[in-house]
Design a binder for this molecule. Sequence first.
Ligand SMILES: O=c1[nH]cnc2c1ncn2[C@@H]1O[C@H](COP(=O)(O)OP(=O)(O)O)[C@@H](O)[C@H]1O
Length: 212
Amino acid sequence: MDQNLPLNVMIGMIAAEPYEDVTLRDISNFNGCNQAAHVVIYADTRTPAVQKLAPRAAVYLQFRFDGHVGFPGGMLNRGERPEDAAYRELTEESGLDSEELRLTKDDLLVVHYSKSKNLLLHLFVKKVSIDIFHLLETQTVNCHEWGKEVIGVLRAPLYTMSDGYRGFPAFLDSKFIGNCKEQLLHFLDKCKIMTKEEIDLALNAKPFVLGK
Ligand SMILES: O=c1[nH]cnc2c1ncn2[C@@H]1O[C@H](COP(=O)(O)OP(=O)(O)O)[C@@H](O)[C@H]1O
């Protein structure tokens, strides 16, 4: 992929179906379509993962009932604000209700639109302390949805191992729900956790195969 392309073009090239960026000014044009809201919860971490590799951050994701990776969140109820829907779903899908996790409209990172689903997708972002992050991870296995909608807790491996593929590049080959993968890359770029060049390198990395 051409590294000089803007990230939204790179993302458009990897998306299974196109998602348009929606500017906040234009949101009112989408009244009446289906809406969903999801949230990226993340924390700074200095704890090396494996082989002394320092992850760029701790980012919370879930393994869903359908075998896909996704952020906590879901569809808005009638009349519900996106930030309230994202928080409601987060508490249902993690079992944790904490002031540190509460969302406001200022936590909105990006909005995408899927024409084929007529769906507006709001993505919120919340940085928390590593202690709250760890509590969120451990609490999830006791939540009401555990074993139902949520079947796993994931911390994205934000490092690349010496073969250039294991770690983050391999993780990007997982099955992501909706535009979750594009949302993850957008978040890493916008919150300055990775550069566009690092993201592009990870997207293009290939597993090492003996004899090739
Ligand atoms: O992490 C995500 N990022 C982006 N879209 C997602 C994510 N998780 C689910 N979706 C999409 O959002 C919509 C609502 O799905 P979800 O299963 O979360 O809602 P629900 O829990 O209210 O049933 C679906 O179109 C799904 O593809």
